[in-house]
Design a protein around this ligand. Structure first.
Ligand code: ADP
Ligand code: MG
Ligand code: ZN
Length: 646
């Protein structure tokens, strides 16, 4: 009986577990299994003690007590069952229990205890052969229990192993995160996305379709199946995809490309299958594959060990997309910041043929984004977000978000209840360059070298006509830099010219040149400067056609060396051209070096003044910096009109 109950209980638990696995919201992890196991274990122990109890529910007396009770004439009947005695008393027909030795007869035992013959014959003695099942149970249980226990453990272990396999094949346990349309908390709409006007416009068409597909289908329009969002990291691709789902009020399945590819071969592909099946069941729906370049790279290059798994996953995505019925209301969105490495098969018509580019936000958009993230933060009256937007060219939406957050943290750390403009301004540098490393103390000599190095950068930047104006110089180390010169462009720009590049390179070399001139020695400090400027010079020659000698040839792909789709070693140009490139790069670099040297020599007095001031105060802001250079006859670049407010 007890055994049966146990069995029923455990199968029930098993079923529950299976159900949990199937559902796509992960519910029971290993903890649940452990709990079930403990419950069953306790149950076994409890049932065992129930069996044990059932034997001893009557009060137990010793044989000597029995003997004296018989002598006193209190007992009416004794039933012998194996070694167990059931004693019935005359008074109230009470039953008691006792044990005797197995081998000896009861009557003999009682006589040995001194019970008189007469009294003994007054008691009815009945001998029963013990009930088969009961004896069986009592005797076998001590052996059976461990077996059952081990069996249960084994059963659980195999279940778990099977579970792990199943997990790989179902979304159940894992990966796709689903946002249902009725989930108001997670709902994102276009109003949460600032800027990105073109992208929003393009995507509102998709929203329209998802809301009202009939209108489009009736007129025979083919609905796009795949939309590829392209843009730098942090520009809000993921956010926009969510917003489309939010606007259209449809289910949103999101998975990242790297999650497709996991330990087991074939898992990526079956994940894709599962995901699409699930989405079709829930249609209308959006499937969002984030960072699709993780699976969608050009196939068959052999670079990186020829990842079969990835190829299968990609193939499965393509197969699924081709298998869509025209009226299936599932749209696949994908995001990448490397559209250049994507497999062309992904991009052909009928797949991700809609491409939406999301640019880094411009000044106005940055202000909008800041406003969105400012909604939940208490600000002091003096906060001016447009100044902040002005000072953050090149920041992505994610950067701006973290800027706001850093400012709030700063304010909280200083026990203020409102975020001040000062907090926000300080956070710009933190986001750009990493936190200040106040503990990184420079020695007196290092401080001097760093001050001259940065002064050199700043001075070259101020003298050259096409370099960006200097906003701040600092010799407090931040992130990996010992000191830094912050220069910001006068306006957002999409295009850069050769003249600007050349001045940029000269400005990068300003630190190196200064160290060499002043201290007659070079430290490891400028190594990053050299790397950056050499790379820029190389790009000018090989990518942008900015060298007269090489001419208008793009010798290298947009993403650096052409790597995907070709072997590693194939060069697309001859040794001769290669030598020409090197010569041109050297020429650009040495001309820039000369330019920087001339400036430092001519304005040596200004350099000394800036460096001295830097050693003294460690940070020089734009206003103060410009006062110094004006005193030495250098005219600062045109001021931004809102600069005064900050
Ligand atoms: P991506 O996927 O392009 O790398 P995300 O969509 O993950 O970028 O953006 C990261 C965060 O940055 C968002 O959660 C949001 O807080 C913020 N963000 C980015 N772009 C915008 C924007 N245009 N408007 C508002 N917030 C933005
Ligand atoms: Mg993203
Ligand atoms: Zn430098």
């Amino acid at each position: 009986m007890e055994l049966f109950k146990k069995k029923i209980l455990s199968t029930k638990a098993g079923k529950g577990l299976k159900k949990g696995r199937k559902s796509f919201i992960p519910k029971n992890g290993p903890t649940a299994t452990v709990i079930q196991f403990i419950v069953i274990f306790l149950f076994i122990i409890a049932s065992y003690s129930v069996i044990a109890d059932s034997q001893s529910s009557k009060s137990v007396i010793s044989v000597s007590e029995l003997a004296s009770d018989i002598s006193a004439g209190l007992v009416s009947k004794v039933t012998v069952e194996g070694d167990t005695l059931d004693i019935e008393y005359i008074k109230d027909a009470v039953h008691k229990e006792s044990k005797k030795e197995d081998s000896t007869a009861l009557s003999q035992t009682l006589v040995n205890y001194g019970v008189p013959q007469t009294k003994l014959s007054a008691v009815k003695i009945e001998v029963k052969s013990p009930s088969g099942f009961f004896v069986f149970l009592v005797n076998i249980l001590p052996f059976l229990l461990p077996v059952i226990l081990i069996g249960t453990i084994l059963w659980f272990m195999t279940r778990q192993a099977r579970g792990a396999g199943m997990q790989a094949f179902s979304f159940g346990q894992s990966k796709a995160r689903v946002t249902m349309p009725d989930d108001k908390k997670q709902r994102v709409t276009f109003s949460d996305v600032a800027g990105a006007k073109e992208a929003k416009q393009e995507l509102s068409e998709i929203v329209d379709f998802l809301k009202n597909p009939k209108k489009f289908l009736d007129i025979g329009a083919r609905i796009p199946k795949g939309i590829l969002l392209m843009g730098a990291p942090g520009t809000g691709k993921t956010l926009l995809a969510r917003a489309v789902a939010g606007e259209a009020n449809v289910a949103f399945f999101s998975i990242s490309g790297s999650e497709f590819v996991e330990m087991f071969v074939g898992v990526g592909a079956s994940r894709v299958r599962d995901l699409f099946k699930l989405a079709k069941q829930t249609a209308p729906a959006i499937i969002f594959v984030d960072e699709i370049d993780a699976v969608g790279r050009v196939r068959g290059t052999g670079v990186g060990g020829g990842n079969d798994e990835r190829e299968q996953t990609l193939n499965q995505i393509l197969v699924e997309m081709d298998g869509f019925e025209p009226n299936e209301k599932v749209i696949v969105m994908a995001a990448t910041n490397r559209p250049d490495v994507l497999d062309p098969a992904l991009l052909r018509p009928g797949r991700f043929d809609r491409r939406v580019t999301i640019d880094l936000p411009d000044r106005k958009d940055r202000e909008e984004i800041l406003k969105i993230h400012a909604r939940l933060k208490p600000f002091a009256e003096n906060v001016n977000l447009s100044v902040l937007a002005e000072r953050t060219p090149g920041f992505s939406g994610a950067d701006l978000y973290s800027l706001m957050n850093e400012a709030a943290i700063l304010a909280a750390r200083e026990d203020r209840t409102k975020v001040a403009q000062y907090d926000l301004i300080r956070s710009i540098e933190k986001v750009m360059l990493g936190p200040e490393r106040k503990s990184h103390i420079l020695s007196k000599k290092e401080k001097e070298i760093t001050a001259y190095h940065e002064a050199g950068h700043a001075l070259v930047a101020s003298v050259l006509p096409y370099a960006d104006p200097v906003h701040k110089i600092s010799i407090i180390s931040r992130g990996r830099a010992a000191g830094y010169t912050l220069k910001l462009p006068l306006e957002d720009r999409k295009l850069q010219s050769k003249r600007e590049f050349l001045d940029d390179i000269a400005m990068s070399l300003g630190g190196y040149v200064t160290e060499k001139m002043i201290f007659n020695d070079v430290t490891t400090g400028p190594s990053n400067d050299l790397q950056v400027s050499t790379a820029l010079a190389r790009d000018m020659v090989t990518k942008y056609g900015m060298s007269d000698k090489i001419g208008a040839l793009a010798l290298e792909g947009a993403g650096g060396r052409a790597l995907f789709g070709r072997g590693l070693d194939d060069k697309e140009y001859s040794e001769k051209v290669s030598a020409d490139i090197d010569a041109e790069v050297s020429r650009i670099m040495s001309e820039a070096l000369k330019k920087a040297e001339d400036i430092i020599t001519t304005h040596r007095k200004a350099l000394d003044a800036i460096a001295t001031k830097l050693i003294e105060v460690e940070n020089i802001e734009r206003e103060e910096y410009e006062k110094i250079i004006i005193a030495f006859g250098i005219i600062p670049k045109k001021k931004l009109d809102i600069e005064h407010q900050g």
